[in-house]
Design a protein around this ligand. Structure first.
Ligand SMILES: C[C@@H]1O/C(=N\OC(=O)Nc2ccccc2)[C@@H](O)[C@H](O)[C@@H]1O
Length: 476
């Protein structure tokens, strides 16, 4: 009962704010953004503090792994059905081969824990329509495979046991379901697609009900006209999920408004609880700082564009651990979450490249994760040497240095009223670095000129105050 009261109150506050917002908006909308600004409830604060997540794309596509009838298809492996033009009946029969004998949810969760992620997003159902849980609304699921068991249940339990939140990816686009339509071009299309939307609504309610510890829903496959013409359905799904699972978080990619506008409504207001348009790209740290005004998440592949398991990673550039680490720091520095993708094989294990990346990033996070977790945009101008992050509710500024100036001098420009006090390497707290104010709100921090093999973190303490207008003596 208590949960229902809390839910009603939470919903009331969110939708009440939205009602106020709607009054002032230029275009009256019924299915647009339900509120403006960042959510500040505990669930969203936790989502925001997580910062680093593991994306997992796993389904029948992992079995062929980008190869069909002996031919390697370079496009995204989870699109092989389309790339290789595989008849649906043939593709769907892969269900009878799904038996991941190496799958061990606890082992996956331990690897994720060591990597330093605080959340994991799993594809419950990708575009192919195969469900990793025994849904009562379709036979096209693990229940119909030799494996039989509920994969989502095992993953939720194993990851939650490691203190890692679990979020569910759900593709509205469904190549398997007979009532799916890319567009609505006839009354028959309308009737069929209504049946599909009811099916998807029921599956989502089933997921939110049966896996109550799930913290967020990551929608995808909503770009077709059929969905854009059903903004009301997307609004109702968001509302239902927040009633069934109070505090649950929904990405902008679910939502279309009354006029089919996606992500941001016809008044430019972000829909859902965070912006999820950054896919395999990041906002520019100098020109795109507007993104710091709302919550957002970037999702990233290790190869150029493979979400599902692909047998041959030589077909494109494979990002190094350092490249991916810089993306994680870059994202945190702009107040976003970074969701790094892994594509397990059909047998349920990870390829060596992924395991190596998880180890290297995990080693760095083990030493410097405090500059990522619960950190945010510092509101400072980006410098060439790297990125700033700021610990929430603290006077702790982190400088994550990737590029070392041959002078050994790191330039820092502070906002008016921010005065630097002292600085030291995180793993050499006792050795204060020289901090010299060279002009109002301009400092130089002296570091030893040496070759650093990985990005280093300098922790800077500061206070709010007025600079005295003169250049203070160099502080040591
Ligand atoms: C995370 C990826 O998401 C996808 N598609 O992404 C998009 O639609 N991206 C997109 C679309 C519009 C705006 C911004 C990004 C899927 O097709 C792909 O297999 C993977 O699951």
């Amino acid at each position: 009962m208590k949960k229902i009261i809390i839910a009603a109150a939470l919903l009331g506050s969110i939708f009440q704010a939205g009602a106020q917002e709607k009054k002032n908006s230029a275009i009256p909308l019924q299915y647009g953004a339900q509120y403006s600004g960042k959510r500040t409830d505990d669930a969203m604060n936790k989502w925001r503090s997580n910062r680093f997540g593991q994306f997992i794309h796993w389904g029948l596509y992992a079995i062929p792994g980008g190869v069909w009838n002996g031919k390697t298809y370079n496009y995204a492996a989870e699109f092989l059905k389309a790339s290789a033009n595989v008849p649906s009946a043939t593709w769907d029969s892969l269900m009878y081969q799904f038996n991941p004998v190496k799958f061990d949810a606890k082992q996956w969760a331990k690897m994720a824990k060591k990597m330093g992620v605080k959340y994991m997003t799993i594809t419950t159902k990708h575009h192919e329509g195969f469900c990793l849980w025994p849904s009562k609304y379709t036979d096209f699921s693990v229940a119909g495979s030799p494996y039989k068991k509920d994969i989502l249940k095992q993953l939720v339990e194993a990851y939650n046991a490691e203190g890692i939140d679990v979020n569910f990816y759900y593709s509205v686009l469904d190549w398997h379901h007979p009532d799916w339509r890319n567009d609505i071009k006839s009354p028959q299309d309308s009737v069929a697609f209504k049946r599909y939307l009811d099916f998807a609504y029921n599956q989502l309610k089933e997921l939110a009900t049966n896996y109550p510890t799930v913290k967020a829903f990551w929608f995808d496959g909503t770009w077709d006209n059929s969905v854009k013409k059903n903004g009301k359905w997307t609004y109702e799904v968001e509302k239902m999920l927040k009633e069934v699972s109070p505090g649950v978080i929904v990405n902008s990619r679910l939502r279309a408004d009354d006029y089919g506008k996606r992500h941001k409504d016809s008044n430019g207001q972000l829909m859902g609880d965070y912006e999820s348009g950054y896919e395999r790209r990041l906002p520019d740290p100098v020109t795109d700082t507007a993104v710091t005004r709302w919550d957002w998440e970037a999702c990233m592949t290790i190869p150029e564009n493979q979400w599902g398991y692909h047998k041959d990673w030589t077909v494109s550039h494979v990002k190094s651990p350092l490249e991916l680490l810089e993306m994680l720091v870059h994202t945190t520095s702009m107040g976003g979450n970074f969701l790094l993708n892994f594509g397990p094989t059909g047998n349920g294990d990870f390829r060596k490249e992924e395991l190596d990346i998880a180890t290297v990033i995990g080693n760095w996070m083990g030493k410097y994760g405090d500059a990522i977790w619960n950190c945010d945009y510092a509101g400072m101008k980006k410098e060439d040497w790297g990125y700033y992050t700021k610990k929430k509710n603290s006077n702790q500024l982190n400088m994550v240095v990737f590029n070392w100036p041959s002078s050994g001098l790191l330039k820092v420009r502070t906002p008016r009223g921010m005065v630097l006090d002292k600085a030291s390497f995180v793993d050499a707290k006792g050795n204060a670095l020289k901090v010299e104010e060279i002009a109002d709100n301009q400092y130089l921090i002296q570091v030893p000129v040496k070759l650093y093999t990985s990005p280093q973190v300098i922790q800077v303490d500061f206070h709010q105050g007025a600079t005295n207008g003169k250049y203070q003596k160099a502080k040591t």
